[in-house]
Design a protein around this ligand. Structure first.
Ligand SMILES: O=P(O)(O)OC[C@H]1O[C@](O)(CO)[C@@H](O)[C@@H]1O
Length: 296
């Protein structure tokens, strides 16, 4: 089988993160400033990246940062600025939120792959990551590149993450993994957004049954569905006792704490493609999904 577009885009992420690091200084004036009260919005994958960034920004002490699905923006709250993430620049909920915020005088910046779209009207300023744009319906490299840019903007050095991403694209996928009958993805802090994104990727590309939770929530119900043939995949730090909890019910624990969590997401993306192909599905043609959702 020839390599899918999605697989090729997944493999190119480390290079895109390096390019993001190169443009971070030039974009810095448009991205949230230290001390600002900021909201970050997006839909689907972009919303999950917004959640990861919000957690990282708060953790870095840069200021209050809330993330919302664009359709759920709490217009009664006051923010110094709003950051929108949208690969396509056409997603209706993002455009509606941006337009309404702008008309209320709230500065809106959008990170997008395509500036020649309606997002140019819905935002005051754009940060364009056209080099990370994708031909696939399912998002992979645009989203991780946006998060990589934001991590550099927070002062992180991504050298190790880039090296880990290169490892993640060549490493064998865990052969011991069952056919991914069901996978529960866990994360904490910024990695919870990654867990949600991994679960979405498996659903979108492979039509797989997946769930995602904050890691410590695992014991509060999700453990009930773990068992033989089912996998728990933890991003970042493992909660104490998790390995024992998963083993006790016969599940398989997948955790690569040696990798930067964003690079571990690359492995999860690859798993989604592998599961799709194992099921005879084309990861480039996800069921019932379009590249962006534009409402009438
Ligand atoms: O970032 P955009 O272009 O606004 O698109 C968001 C879309 O991307 C997706 O993640 C597609 O993979 C969908 O969940 C969502 O509809």
């Amino acid at each position: 089988m020839s390599e899918s577009l999605t697989a090729a885009e997944i493999a190119s992420q480390a290079d895109c993160w390096l390019r993001a690091a190169d443009i971070a200084a030039a974009a810095a004036g448009r991205l949230p400033q230290r001390g600002e009260r900021v909201a970050v919005v997006g839909c689907g994958t972009s919303w999950f990246m917004a959640q990861s960034y919000a957690a990282l920004r708060e953790q870095a002490g840069h200021g209050v940062t809330d993330a919302f699905a664009a359709s759920e923006f709490p217009f009664g709250r006051t923010y110094d600025s709003v950051l929108a993430i949208t690969r396509s620049g056409t997603t209706t909920e993002v455009l509606r939120a941006g337009t309404r915020l702008r008309s209320a005088g709230v500065p809106v910046v959008a990170i997008t792959a395509d500036p020649h779209t309606p997002v140019q009207e819905a935002a005051d300023q754009l940060v364009v990551l056209d080099f990370a744009d994708e031909r696939s319906v399912v998002q992979t490299r645009f989203a991780t590149t946006a998060l990589a840019l934001l991590r550099v903007h927070l002062g992180e050095d991504l050298t190790a993450a880039v090296a880990d991403a290169r490892t993640a694209v060549t490493a064998d996928l865990p052969g011991a993994l069952p056919a991914a009958e069901q996978t529960t993805f866990l994360g904490t802090g910024w990695t919870y957004g990654l867990a949600q994104e991994a679960a979405l990727k498996m659903r979108e590309a492979a039509g797989a049954w997946t769930e995602s939770y904050p890691a410590m929530e695992y014991r509060h119900g999700p453990v009930s569905i773990t068992g033989p043939g089912r996998t728990v995949w933890a991003f970042g730090a493992l909660p104490p006792g998790l390995a024992d909890d998963v083993a006790a019910v016969g599940g398989t624990l997948e955790a690569r704490q040696d990798l930067d969590p964003l690079a571990d997401l690359v492995r999860a993306q690859r798993l989604a493609v592998a599961v799709a192909e194992r099921k005879g599905l084309d990861p480039d043609r996800p069921r019932n999904l379009t590249r962006s959702v534009v409402l009438g």
